[in-house]
Design a protein around this ligand. Structure first.
Ligand code: SIN
Length: 288
C-alpha cells in the first residue's frame, strides 16, 4: 500500500498512512517531510517504535535539542537522554517518571523561552488513559492570515517576551525563581509575526500566555492586546483535537502551531515519549 496524506482540518494537521517509520525509505521520507511543511502537524498511527527508532526518525529532520527543564528537571528513559518523558506515572519510590502530571497543559509552543527554540517536536504514545488527555493543535499560519485588521495594526512590528519561568502544566521549572513580572522573568524576545523559513508564510508566534508581554506597551495595554490575540487564534476553525491511540506518532512545527492538553484521571496511566528538533535559526520577523 502506498503512502497517503489526508488533511485533518482546514488550518492544521494531516494524517499520513501507509508508512512504517522504523522502515522508511528516502522517497517516503521526502513525502512525510513535504506533508509536515504543508500541514505543520502530522499524525502517523500504528507505529511500533523503540527508543532507537524514535531517535533515528527524529534525526532525519535535523540535530536534536536536549529536553526542556521541567518541574523536576529533565527526566528521560534510562539510556536515552534526548528523549523526554511526559507522564503522570510514579516509579516504585513514588517519584514521577516524567513531567506534566495529569492536569491540563495550557496552550503553548515548545521552549520558545530560548533564543533559538526547537523547530519541531514529536510525541509518541506508549500508554494512554481510557479518556481525557487529548492534545489540541492550533494552526498559527491560518490564524495569522485571518487576523482582523485592527489586531494586525496593533501588533505590527512588535516583539513579545516569552516566559521561561513556568511550564505548560503551570509548574515552576526546576531551579528558577518564581515571578509574575514579565520583565524579571527569564525568557526570550521574539517577533510577534514570523516568516516561516520553509514556506515563507507569515505565522503568529506567542509562546505561553502567562508572563507574556508585548514590547513598547503598558502592561495593561499589552494584556488587553494579548487577550484579544489569544481569543482569535484559539477559535475552533484554527484548531484540531487529537484523540490518542497507543502507537500514534505526532510531529508538530513549533513555529507555526501551538498545542495544549486536556486533563485526565490521575489514577489512569499515560506515558508519552517526546523528542525535539533543534532550531535551524533564530525566528525572523515577517516583512509584508
Ligand atoms: C507537551 O506539551 O509536550 C505534551 C503534550 C501532551 O502531553 O499531550
Amino acid at each position: 500500500m502506498g503512502i497517503a496524506v489526508r488533511p485533518l482540518g482546514d488550518a492544521v494537521g494531516a494524517e499520513i498512512s501507509g508508512v512504517d517509520i522504523a522502515r522508511l525509505g528516502d522517497d517516503d521520507f521526502a513525502a512525510v517531510e513535504r506533508a509536515w511543511h504543508t500541514h505543520s502537524m502530522i499524525l502517523l498511527r500504528g507505529q511500533t517504535l523503540g527508543g532507537d527508532d524514535l531517535l533515528a526518525f527524529s534525526r532525519r529532520f535535523g540535530e536534536l535539542d536536549p529536553p526542556p527543564n521541567q518541574e523536576r528537571g529533565r527526566i528521560s528513559p534510562p539510556g536515552y537522554p534526548e528523549i523526554y518523558v511526559v507522564s503522570n506515572v510514579l516509579d516504585k519510590n513514588g517519584d514521577p517518571i516524567g513531567a506534566l502530571g495529569a492536569g491540563e497543559a495550557v496552550w503553548h509552543t515548545d521552549m520558545s523561552y530560548l533564543d533559538t527554540p526547537p523547530d519541531a517536536s514529536m510525541l509518541y504514545a506508549l500508554e494512554i488513559p481510557p479518556e481525557g488527555g487529548d492534545t489540541w493543535f492550533c494552526g498559527m499560519q491560518a490564524a495569522c492570515e485571518a487576523l482582523p485588521a485592527d489586531l494586525a495594526r496593533r501588533l505590527e512590528g512588535r516583539r513579545i517576551k516569552h516566559d521561561g519561568t513556568y511550564n505548560s502544566g503551570g509548574y515552576l521549572r526546576k531551579g528558577v525563581t518564581p515571578t509574575d513580572d514579565p520583565m524579571a522573568a527569564p525568557g526570550a524576545w521574539h517577533p510577534a509575526i514570523l516568516r516561516h523559513p520553509a514556506n515563507g508564510r507569515a505565522t503568529l508566534y506567542f509562546g505561553r500566555r502567562r508572563n507574556s508581554y508585548v514590547e513598547g506597551l503598558s502592561r495593561a495595554d499589552s494584556d488587553a492586546l494579548l487577550e484579544d490575540l489569544w481569543a482569535h487564534v484559539t477559535q475552533p476553525q484554527f484548531v484540531y483535537r487529537h484523540v490518542w491511540r497507543v502507537g500514534d506518532l505526532v510531529m508538530w512545527d513549533n513555529r507555526s502551531t501551538m498545542h495544549r492538553r486536556d486533563p485526565f484521571d490521575g489514577a489512569a496511566r499515560r506515558i508519552m515519549h517526546r523528542t525535539q528538533i533543534k532550531g535551524g535559526a533564530k525566528p525572523v520577523a515577517f516583512a509584508a
